[in-house]
Design a protein around this ligand. Structure first.
Ligand code: CMP
Length: 679
């Protein structure tokens, strides 16, 4: 009966009828409530969508026998999306994400599947669509081969995909290797001589990675006017014109050829090519070449700094790739603060390492053991590679962190170096303290903010002399919030997101709770999204009254977690128990004609334990229902039933309202006919 009241506006009449029909069809469709949540009627088009993967995948379906067809029909039903899944798809379509074949799988209907990056896919699709629709020249643009798939587009590496990140890890390792060992081996000749063949292999493996990285760079997709460019020609052009390309080229210049030149100058111009070649191999194998007049002598048994490997210093020009890796990791990881701390620690260690190398090189230049400041290489212990490096690293750490006593410099060069080190050390120290301090503060920010809120309330209660019983209830409520991770101000955290993304996130986070709400199972996806965006979470303590009989109704509630009871005025007699997924508080806000209580609450609702309840304001509900008459009908129906049960519904009044409504319907119909005839 109440349902006819839905057509209060003339333009809604056909929609209501159509919706009623579709809901009948939906109810008639055989579906197990256990296997999949009930859905609204699904149009033939939607059904086709839902089974598209199976029907498109194999053209031989025409040869299916009837048994197979039965199976397909069954599958079709199973794959029919629930309203939550449809809401997800609806949101994605609003987000600009195309519906992919894998959508249903991604929604969990047919097991887990890799969630594609819809945003970027959409961008790619958009590019082709725009080119086709707007008549944009196709040259240099990607054309897709229909079906929404970018199958015939030239290969472009999407920087947002895992492959690109994994490749960045490989490049980062190569860059780190060069950062540590090129400088280290150039100074600590024993290190360079220790495993020449291993260094040889690693050096050229890193060079191969650098070259491959240039190929990857040249095929990295980039956004232009918000659209991803996938055309190989454009990608290459973009890379070759960039500053990055110049840096990358410098970093792979075969400066190793200088080994030969250096060697020539080391053995003197009179030596022939053969000698140079043989010396070149000596160089790599670490054998000393006698009589070298230059400092670039191969690092053999004696001290010669810098070693020829210093010519590979240009490999450090690839450091921007390392920074890119850290940026990407920081965005990808769920622990950005840990990542930031690791980054700071790594850079500090690298600076200390380089500084240690410089200290050792200066010691070599000044002369080992010539004064107290330089490294003293004499003695079995001091001449070992490990002691050379560890002492230099120790000295460098003490100087740069300015936390220890180091020997007084004696020569001008030593003084100059120590002054520069101290200045750098002050900056490094400030960076460490500042960065790590702020990171630790950030890590605790949520707890600190929560504690501040709690302290404020405690102070307030003490100031206002609130009774200890009430005060302990308030504190227990805070405890519950923190223990159940409800302390987060979700509204503020999510405020940066656009509405469709916020809705998708909200649906995902509250999926379990929303799935149980019958109203949401039946409603259209668009309404679900509208409502989900307006829900606010409230937590009620044991014994709290969510609403009291006779109060003016201003909002309705949906139980997310916990148990509530509808109680009589005595507060004990329970009429009904409400659990997760129950909806209450709607009767007084629906303006049901014939409701004897008007807009007053018809019952008391009390929380039994702690309850998490979504709250939906009356104005928000009405705004959302304006466009969804079917959902309003269902809510009104339920409200009428409750009122009738409690004898609070004036049937005459209701009938009168319905009659009025009918006459409005007739009038609108007749008006429509007149307009039709006149036109
Ligand atoms: P409202 O009158 O707005 O506020 C109290 C709510 O309790 C009411 O809406 C209904 O949603 C709910 N309610 C009232 N009576 C019952 C009942 N017998 N069973 C379940 N819920 C009820």
């Amino acid at each position: 009966m109440c349902s006819s009241l839905m057509a209060t506006q003339g333009d809604e009449i056909p929609a209501v009828e159509a919706a009623a029909k579709s809901s009948e069809q939906s109810n008639a469709s055989p579906r197990s409530s256990h296997s999949a949540p009930p859905t609204t009627a699904v149009s033939a088009e939607e059904e086709q969508d839902a089974v598209a993967p199976s029907s498109n995948a194999n053209a031989s379906t025409t040869r299916l026998n009837s048994h197979q067809q039965d199976g397909e029909a069954q599958e079709k039903l199973q794959r029919k999306p629930s309203v939550l899944q449809k809401a997800g798809r609806w949101v994605r379509s609003r987000l600009g994400r195309p519906l992919a074949d894998g959508d249903l799988e991604a929604d969990g209907v047919n097991g887990p599947a890799e969630d594609p990056d819809y945003f970027l896919e959409k961008l790619a699709l958009g590019a082709s669509t725009q080119a086709m629709e707007g008549g944009v020249t196709s040259r240099g643009r990607c054309h897709c081969c229909g079906g929404g798939r970018v199958s015939c587009c030239p290969p472009a590496i999407d920087p947002s995909k895992p492959f690109h990140y994994q490749w960045l890890i490989v490049v980062t390792i190569a860059v780190l290797y060069n950062m540590v060992f090129v400088v280290g081996r150039a100074v600590f000749w024993e290190l360079d001589n220790a495993t020449p063949y291993l260094w040889f292999a690693l050096d050229y493996l890193c060079d191969a990675i650098y070259l491959a990285d240039m190929v990857v760079h040249a095929h990295e997709g980039y956004l232009e006017q918000g659209l991803m460019v996938r055309d190989t020609r454009l990608l290459r052009k973009n890379y070759f014109q960039s500053f990055r390309f110049k840096m990358d080229t410098v970093s792979v210049l075969p400066t190793d050829l200088l080994y030969v030149v250096l060697l020539r100058s080391a053995v003197g111009p009179s030596s022939g090519d053969a000698a140079a070649a043989s010396n070149s191999s000596d160089l790599l194998s670490g054998n000393q070449v006698a009589g070298s007049p230059t400092p670039f002598r191969p690092c053999g048994a004696g001290p010669h700094v810098p070693c020829p490997v210093i010519v590979r210093i240009n490999r450090l020009m690839r450091i921007p790739r390392l920074l890119e890796f850290f940026d990407r990791t920081e965005t990808r990881t769920s622990y950005p603060n840990v990542c930031r701390i690791l980054k700071v620690v790594l850079f500090i260690l690298l600076i200390i390492h380089w500084n240690a190398c410089i200290y050792f090189a200066i010691s070599y230049a000044v002369g080992f053991g010539t004064d107290h400041w330089v490294y003293n290489i004499t003695g079995a212990r001091n001449s070992s590679l490990s002691r050379q490096y560890i002492y230099s690293f120790y000295w460098s750490t003490l100087t740069l962190t300015t936390i220890g006593e180091t020997p007084q410099p004696e020569t001008d060069a030593e003084y100059l170096f120590v002054v520069i080190d101290f200045l750098a050390g002050v900056l490094i120290f400030a960076t460490i303290v500042g960065n790590i301090g702020s990171m630790i503060t950030n890590m605790n920010a949520a707890r600190v903010e929560f504690q501040n809120r709690m302290d404020g309330i405690k102070q307030y209660m003490a100031f206002r002399r609130v009774s200890p019983v009430l005060a302990s209830r308030v504190i227990r409520w805070f405890d519950y919030l923190w223990a159940n991770k409800q302390a987060l101000d979700e509204g503020r955290v999510l405020s940066a997101l656009p509405d469709p993304l916020k809705a998708e996130l909200a649906i995902h986070v509250h999926l379990d709770a929303l799935r149980r709400v019958r109203l949401f199972q039946d409603c259209e996806p668009g309404l679900l999204v509208e409502l989900v965006l307006r829900l606010t979470l409230q937590v009620f303590s044991p014994g709290d009254y969510v609403c009291r009989k006779g109060d003016v109704g201003k909002e309705m509630y949906i139980v997310k977690r916990g148990r509530l009871i509808v109680v009589a005025d005595d507060g004990r007699t329970a009429f009904a128990t409400l659990g997760a997924g129950s909806v209450f508080g709607e009767v007084s806000i629906l303006n049901i004609p014939g409701n004897r209580t008007g807009n007053r609450r018809t019952a008391n609702v009390r929380s039994v334990g702690y309850s998490d309840v979504f709250c939906l304001a009356k104005a928000d509900l009405w705004r959302a229902l304006e466009d969804y008459p079917e959902a309003r009908r269902s809510l009104l129906e339920r409200g009428c039933q409750l009122l009738r049960k409690d004898g609070l519904l004036d049937e005459d009044e209701l009938k009168k309202a319905e009659a009025e409504n009918e006459s409005i319907k007739d009038k609108v119909k007749r008006l429509g006919q007149y307009i039709f005839i006149l036109s």
